[in-house]
Design a protein around this ligand. Structure first.
Ligand SMILES: Nc1nc2c(ncn2[C@@H]2O[C@H](COP(=O)(O)OP(=O)(O)O)[C@@H](O)[C@H]2O)c(=O)[nH]1
Ligand SMILES: [Mg+2]
Length: 248
């Protein structure tokens, strides 16, 4: 009976080893490598704001999944998405919040805005009404998130040029006057979608590097990622810190 048990253990063990070595485990291994080694330097909270129907959920979906979300349900959508991007050699994890229908009732809460570092402010190039609403969205973002929030204006549905109601020139003037970056995007074709998020993240990084933004300030919408924390905990920094603490 004992020898039967040990042969079973032996078989289970060799099965486990062969499973680990088999190709089936390749994806698990890849995932673990990504999980353990692709750590981020920073984490930014992002918002996607603008009138309902402008394509905010589709932009988020296109950015995360790299495909167009073609079910047109407004309320059921991605409410939250996150993605790590490489910006000039730094890994930045974006935590992106989508209003997911709340904008219809103008009940986007204060907590939704709180501590956001960046935002995509979206209008629809085929709808002047959505463009006219931009000032209100902008006021809310600057008042409820932060005066320093970095905003990129996105004129979405660029693919529907024939139905355009807002010219590129007009919107770029608005962006300039209000210190916004500006791009026309298409969540349908994917044009400029990744660029919008990356440009916004790059501007935030530049502001951190120039000292204009302090990631350690409460509510900055920025956190150090695990890679940066490892650097912060490096021996040289620890030495400097202990020297400061002991007053030598
Ligand atoms: N042609 C075109 N349609 C789009 C684009 N983005 C979104 N839509 C459509 O616009 C509608 C509203 O999109 P949705 O993402 O739900 O808007 P939200 O309410 O701002 O989140 C949907 O029917 C989408 O299919 C785009 O870039 N081009
Ligand atoms: Mg939506």
């Amino acid at each position: 009976n004992d020898s039967y048990k040990s042969s079973c253990y032996c078989k289970a063990h060799s099965w486990l080893v062969s499973l680990i070595l088999s190709q089936k485990c390749e994806s698990i291994l890849k995932f673990s490598i990504f999980f353990f080694f692709q750590s981020s330097d920073f984490l930014f909270k992002f918002l996607v704001i603008g009138n309902a129907g402008t394509g905010k959920s589709c932009l988020l979906h296109q950015f995360i999944e790299k495909k167009f979300k073609d079910d047109s349900n407004h309320t059921i959508g991605v409410e939250f998405g996150s993605k790590i991007i490489n910006v000039g050699g730094k890994y930045v994890k974006l935590q992106i919040w989508d209003t997911a229908g709340q904008e219809r009732f103008r009940s986007v809460t204060r907590s939704y805005y709180r501590g956001a570092a960046g935002a995509l402010l979206v209008y629809d190039i085929t709808s002047r009404e959505t463009y006219n609403a931009l000032t209100n969205w902008l006021t809310d973002a600057r008042m409820l998130a932060s005066q320093n929030i970095v905003i990129i204006l996105c004129g979405n549905k660029k693919d529907l040029d024939a139905d355009r109601e807002v010219t590129f020139l007009e919107a770029s003037r608005f962006a300039q006057e209000n210190e916004l970056m500006f791009l026309e995007t298409s969540a349908l074709t994917g044009e400029n979608v990744e660029e919008a998020f990356v440009q916004c993240a790059r501007k935030i990084l530049n502001k951190i590097e120039s000292g204009e933004l302090d990631p350690e300030r409460m509510g900055s919408g920025i956190q150090y990622g695990d890679a940066a924390l490892r650097q912060l905990r490096s021996p040289r920094r620890a030495q400097a810190q202990s020297a400061q603490e002991c007053g030598c």
